[in-house]
Design a protein around this ligand. Sequence first.
Ligand SMILES: *[C@@H]1O[C@H](CO)[C@@H](O)[C@H](O)[C@H]1NC(C)=O
Ligand SMILES: *[C@@H]1O[C@H](CO)[C@@H](O)[C@H](O)[C@H]1NC(C)=O
Ligand SMILES: [Zn+2]
Length: 470
Amino acid sequence: MLLVNAVAPALLIAIPHNPQAADSCLSKYYYGTHGQQDIFITNDELCVAEMPSHLVVDGSLGSISGDVQQLVWLQHEAVDPAIKPATFVDEIDAFLSHLPTAAPTASDNDQVVFGERKAAAQLLHRTENSALISVDSETALALDQHLPAFWKASPLPDSPIDFIPVPSKAVERVKDILNNLKFDPVVASLVGNISVPQLRADVRYLTGESSASEIVSRHSFSSGVLIAAEWLKTNFENLGATCELKPYLSGFAPNVICSFKGSEDTTETVLISAHYDSRGSFGSTRAPGGDDDGSGTTALLGIARTIARKGVQFKKNVQICAFSGEEQGLYGSRYYAQELRQKDANLTLMVQADMLAYHAPGEPAQLGLPDRIGTPEVAQLVATLSAIYSPELKVGLTPACCSDHQSFHGQGFPSTQVFERAGPIADPMYHNSGDLSDRENYDFEQIKSIAKVQFATLLHVAGFDLATDE
Ligand SMILES: *[C@@H]1O[C@H](CO)[C@@H](O)[C@H](O)[C@H]1NC(C)=O
Ligand SMILES: *[C@@H]1O[C@H](CO)[C@@H](O)[C@H](O)[C@H]1NC(C)=O
Ligand SMILES: [Zn+2]
């Protein structure tokens, strides 16, 4: 058994994400933001006693002790009651009921079955919508294949990490852009040029619905995801970008990192992204990820195709990133955001697109921005650009959480996410092998409307010229 950590009896503190925690003594004991919770593990009683009460409102406390392996936070996603099966609590209870609450011993009898694997595991903490478990690291990486659809796994680091708020200078820069925003008819015509038939063709390749595609799954460990990675790289390169397949952790598909160099001599960079990996139903090898996140990935392609077609030359540097490992706990983006922080990258802002296509029947086309995780000023900028260039979208906040922008937010980069609904997740095919694009309420027009907003953000923040005909 591989021991990651032997903790003395310690207090587990989970509070709704709050950047102010960076200023408290708790910041020394920060284990990252998982779900919407900031997690702290400490036995510093003095600090706990001093903990400002405004931080603990709605927080949950537990204690952990003994030898632990890889700690994994499990979080229930915010989903609309309309798609919540009555059995959802039973499902997670059945899963968690296999896990002993006592620390495992060396005995084989203590092992828990995860599909074809047996592993020692322990349940350390449980609330209605979250849990903390300890398992070996290999099982931790594969948990998404054992969890009920609405639960996400997020592995904790082995030791405390820095709590890095977004620096006020970076926020000021975003505010400055927002304050100087003006309607630009050229931007309007560029974003309007994103082609819906092309979005359809691209997503059908990624889901394997097109007969030209051999992709069955884009699960991070599948063979299909590697086909998708190569295909994305080739496409972006054909559109004028410089791309790299960047591996980060053995077994995972690489991140696809593409860039367009700016015409100005500057380090300033604007980043848009999506995740190209996907997750299917429990027990099924099919993971088409048409909405999650074929839609966001396709939006990136739609934007790049328009950049190429219209001869857009950015002034600042632009990166277009398709991350993998999102479904296992934001792995790809975490590694990449960490790398950018280590390089002290000059990232003005980043906008992640995750799930853009599902349109609940009877509702208007929508754009949801994260209510808690992310930089409010970036969300405000995106909302304003939406009102200007995609007035057909009803904009609001969503409690759905935790896509790759969270990794950048955690490294102190201004960031936000664009999402399909101003409310909780309503797509009944969420984390389901039926997440195809050819289905009712999968709305290509909504993908385009939201992609227009992501593209307009890029154009306004990076600045651009149009290549003139010679
Ligand atoms: C995009 O612009 C091209 C010309 O550059 C034009 O042929 C095409 O019809 C436009 N597409 C849309 C959807 O506006
Ligand atoms: C980031 O880029 C901006 C614009 O070019 C520049 O003013 C600023 O000094 C750069 N910051 C760093 C840390 O390089
Ligand atoms: Zn997703």
